[in-house]
Design a protein around this ligand. Structure first.
Ligand code: XLS
Ligand code: NI
Ligand code: NI
Length: 442
């Protein structure tokens, strides 16, 4: 492949310079090559760039069109522009030191007038991506299909009242699975953008959920038939764009998957801002998935505490991320998943450098949180406290309860004749909050 022209000529590959550096275009905590427990930090954290925000985001909002203008967007042939854009993207992935990227089908290639034309466009860009992956060593963390932007999907894709739309979505996901496999994608994500409803006046909720399950079963069958080995992930979100989304949160997702016999085929891609929109903390959603052995991947971002929508900001809240990392590490890590920056620049952040500052901040915050979480787990005070708090279930009748060896009759006898009144113990929340701060503020 001929050497492409530089699209970020003023920016060099971002280097690790340590916490004391004054260089804003350097890592302070993320040292990709640092080996921890026999694995590089890059392999521990598995950072990924989201193609849609980093390379299709323009800063547009409901009140005005985009503000972010990139030089590579000029041109009249949409496929040629898409190729140059992809060159710029891969230059960015390399310079920011992210080993992975993620995309929706329509992020990388323009939609055509027919499905066949869209597929042909996609094939051209997939061939280009294959070359670029080979040349750079970059990998695809996950692929997905955009089943929410086109007008045809205004009432949902798999939950659309029109079977024709369901069929179209099936055909689109079939192709997205083919290309994800072709590019060695390690996971495949289903985010139910418009799989929900605005009003029950026009909605048969039960039938729509049955259809969504049928769609996911078809995806599982098709993946099996083509030998796609990637992990399927559900990305819950309570609302936006639809008012009621069926994959409201992890708990609703678990119930849905189990109801329809899909629990062995799916894990969860948990997005911070979606957790907060559902009225949960990020850590709550991670723990809920981990408790089911269904923690798959993370869409790393943050919402704004004062706004009630998916603002998709880069997360620099080290305390929040440290708690999240404690839960992720305790669960044994993300496996084939990773930390995907599903986050976008603010509308006035129009410089190419801003893309670097944003990702550097997100990566450094996660790297620091990773180190803090390792310290918290290693020194064992927190886990010791937890272990101790539940110790009464480790022996005697407590153990019998867990082992299902006793019932109400036995416990009634023990309380009446042996135990009497329980002695309450402090939950020690304030002590624990102070303890947490000793790791964060050193
Ligand atoms: C939108 C979602 C979306 C998914 C991929 O809120 O986060 O970006 O991650 O379809
Ligand atoms: Ni997301
Ligand atoms: Ni989101």
């Amino acid at each position: 492949m001929k050497k492409a022209k530089a699209h970020f000529p003023k920016i060099r590959r971002i280097a690790y310079e340590g916490p004391a550096t004054s260089n804003a275009l350097a890592f302070r905590y993320y040292n990709p090559d640092e080996v921890i427990d026999g694995k590089t930090m890059s392999a521990h954290l598995r950072f990924s760039v989201a193609y849609w925000h980093a390379f299709r985001g323009t800063g547009a909002d409901p009140f005005g069109p985009g503000t972010i203008q990139r030089p590579w967007e000029l041109g009249t042939d949409a496929v040629s522009v898409a190729k140059v854009r992809m060159d710029a993207a891969f230059e960015f992935f390399q310079k920011i030191r992210a080993p992975f990227y993620c995309f929706h089908d329509r992020d990388i290639a323009p939609e055509g007038k027919t499905l066949a034309e869209s597929n042909r466009n996609l094939d051209k860009l997939v061939a280009h991506a294959k070359d670029l992956q080979k040349a750079t060593g970059l990998k695809l963390l996950w692929g997905t299909a955009n089943l929410f932007s086109n007008r045809r999907y205004m009432c949902g894709a798999a939950t659309n009242p029109d079977a024709h739309v369901f069929a179209y979505a099936a055909a689109q996901v079939k192709k997205a699975l083919d290309v994800t496999k072709a590019l060695g994608g390690q996971n495949y994500v289903f985010w139910g953008g418009r799989e929900g409803y605005e009003t029950l006046l026009n909605t048969n909720l039960k039938r729509e959920q049955d259809h969504l399950a049928a769609f996911l079963h078809m995806a599982v069958d098709y993946a099996k038939s083509i030998g796609f080995k990637g992990q399927f992930l559900i990305e819950p979100k309570p609302k936006e764009p639809t008012k009621h989304q069926y994959d409201f949160d992890v708990a609703a997702g678990v119930a849905f998957l189990r109801t329809y016999g899909l629990e062995r085929n799916f894990k969860f891609n948990i997005e911070t801002n979606h957790a907060t929109l559902a009225g949960h903390t990020f850590q709550h959603e991670i723990e809920t998935a981990a408790a089911q052995g269904m923690l798959g991947s993370i869409d790393a971002n943050a919402g704004d505490e004062l706004l009630g929508w998916d603002t998709d900001q880069f997360n620099t809240n080290v305390k929040e991320l440290s708690l999240a990392m404690v839960s992720i590490l305790r669960a044994g890590g993300l496996g084939s998943g990773g930390l995907n920056f599903d986050a976008k620049l603010r509308r006035p952040s129009i410089d190419p450098e801003d893309l670097f500052h944003a990702h550097i901040g997100g990566m450094d915050a996660y790297a620091l949180a990773f180190k803090i979480a390792r310290e918290i787990l290693a020194d064992g005070k927190l886990s010791g406290f937890l272990k101790d708090r539940y110790a009464s279930f480790d022996t005697g009748f407590g153990r019998d309860i867990e082992k299902k060896r006793v019932g109400f009759r036995e416990l009634n006898q023990i309380v009446l004749h042996k135990l009497g009144e329980p002695k309450p113990r402090s939950g020690k929340q304030e002590y624990l909050e102070n303890l947490l701060n000793t790791y964060i503020h050193r």
